[in-house]
Design a protein around this ligand. Sequence first.
Ligand SMILES: C[S@@+](CC[C@H](N)C(=O)[O-])C[C@H]1O[C@@H](n2cnc3c(N)ncnc32)[C@H](O)[C@@H]1O
Length: 295
Amino acid sequence: MSKRATRHRPVMPDEILEWLCPRAGQTLVDGTLGGGGHTRLLAEAVGSEGHVIALDRDPAAIALAADALAGQPVTLVESNFCELAEALEQIGVAEVDGVLLDVGLSSDQLADDERGFSFDSTGPLDLRFDPTSGEPAWRLLERLSSQHLANLIYELGEERYSRRIARTIVEQRRTNPIRTSADLARIVRRIVRSPMKIDPATRTFQALRIAVNDELKSLEIALRRMPDCLRMGGRLAVISFHSLEDRRVKQAFNEDPRWKVLTRRPLRPTDKEMAENPRSRSAKLRIAERTEAVS
Ligand SMILES: C[S@@+](CC[C@H](N)C(=O)[O-])C[C@H]1O[C@@H](n2cnc3c(N)ncnc32)[C@H](O)[C@@H]1O
C-alpha cells in the first residue's frame, strides 16, 4: 500500500501551541486540515483522552490524512468550516475548547498539476478546493463578461491591471479558449509589471481562486458562527495570507462583543521561520477568546 507524505509544512506551529494552549483531554477543532501538520500537533497535545476534529473541503486532503493520522485521536470531516456547528452536531459534540483556521491552499494542492493552482501547470485551470462542487475557474473565464471579470480581478486580487487582463482574456477566448493555468499565466505576464520577486500572475490567480471557492463568504460566515461552537474562555486562532482575509478577521474580532481580542496586532512568523519556509512570509495570526457579551 503506498502511503504518500504531505508536502505541506505547518505555519507558525510554536505560536499556535503558545496561544491556543492545548491541554491533555481537551476537544479542539482544526478547521483547515490540509496536510495535517497542525492537526497532528494539536492531537499530540490533547493526547489519547482528548479529541481533535479536523475539517477540510478537499476530499484529497481527507484521504491523505486518513492514512497519515491513523492512530491519533482525530475525527476527519469533509466539510466547509463555515458549517462547523452542523459537523459538531453530527458527531455529538456540544462545544469545543479551541479552533484553528489556517486559510488558503496547501502545498499538496499547489503541487497537484491536475488542479491548476500552480501558475505553470498544464492541467485544467480548476482552482476548486472541492473539485466535486461548483464551477472550475476555466469556465468562469469562458462565461463572464469583460466588465465582470475586471471587477472580480480588481476586487479579489487588488490587481490594478485588471481591465487590460479581462479585455485580453475575452479577446483571446473567441479564437483560443483558456483552459490551463499556463495559458492564463502567459496572458497575465505579458500585461502586468510586477516588482521584486512576485510572479505577475499572483494577484489574478488569487482573485479567481477566491471567487471559485467563495472563500471570503465562508470566512465571514465562520467568524460570525464560531462563538456558538466555543466554550467560554475557548480560543479561536486564524492564520491568513492576504489583506482581504486579515481585514475580515480583524473586523469580526473587534465588532462582535462575544470576542476578547488577544492580539491587537497580528503575530508574524519569525525571521528564522520565513527563511526556512518561504510560504510563511505573508502569514498573519490573530487570536481571540470567547467571552460573555456585555450588553
Ligand atoms: C493552508 S492549508 C492548511 C494546512 C494545515 N494547517 C497543515 O498544517 O497542513 C488550507 C486548507 O484548508 C482547506 N480549506 C480552505 N477553505 C476551507 C473551508 N472554507 N472549509 C474547509 N476547508 C477549507 C483547503 O482545502 C486546504 O486544504
